[in-house]
Design a protein around this ligand. Sequence first.
Ligand SMILES: [Zn+2]
Ligand SMILES: [Zn+2]
Length: 275
Amino acid sequence: MFDYHVHSEFSVDCRVPMIESCRAAIASGVTEIAFTDHLDHEPADPGFGYYRPDAYFEAIARVRDEAGDRLTVLAGVEMDFNRKIAPEVEAFLGRHGHRYDLVIGSCHYQADGSLIFPEAFDGKSADDIFLPYFDQVQAAVETGWFDTIGHLDLPKRYAPASHRDYDPARYRDRLRPIFAAMIARGVAFEINTSGLRQTPKTSMPGPAVVRWYADAGGRLITIGTDSHAAQTVGAGIAKTLDMLELCGIDTVAAFTARRRRQVPIERLRRVAVRI
Ligand SMILES: [Zn+2]
Ligand SMILES: [Zn+2]
């Protein structure tokens, strides 16, 4: 199993040393882990200025030594993206992009600069939040800078009780051009399993969205737990493999040095059974 979205002490909102998550990964049958710490260029973000790439890569080298051949440790990053900060994102990737195995592009902000949090829904309809969010996601895909897109329908995770009737079918037409852009550019999206353990009780995105993507001809999917605690490393991944197969996806995307390969889900299961 691959867990391609794990945070460590290099994220402003996480205290877990990499080695602890590596131990948890090995214990839960994960064979590849990607540390994808937040990189925020939005000045209002609590993580602005927090990320230290050189220290991060030194820590990756240390845990690779410690994990040895028990676990493949990938260098990743979760880059926040919105149109306003695109020049800074591009500049960073120009300097450091080649050092990573995997770059996730994630949208966390509304176009007006406020975070997608429950308060963002005050006085607004679901469309007021989701449609501009998908515009940002589409812009992220079209840059071609990212290997995979994080939590495609994040607003459902933060929707307050008043807005919890999210139905992805409402946005099916809006997702079509996003899928077309992903397929044309070879950009994947992730199944973020944190939604399974949090309010929406479904992954981001969930099965219906995956099915529409597969029907459109898409096959590039990564899986990540978005863990900010060691005990959630690997959580929900086996279930996600089942879900992908039911939706007509039989491989997951894997990355080394930003190069993608497709790994059959069947092979991942054999490894999991052996452990
Ligand atoms: Zn995120
Ligand atoms: Zn994350």
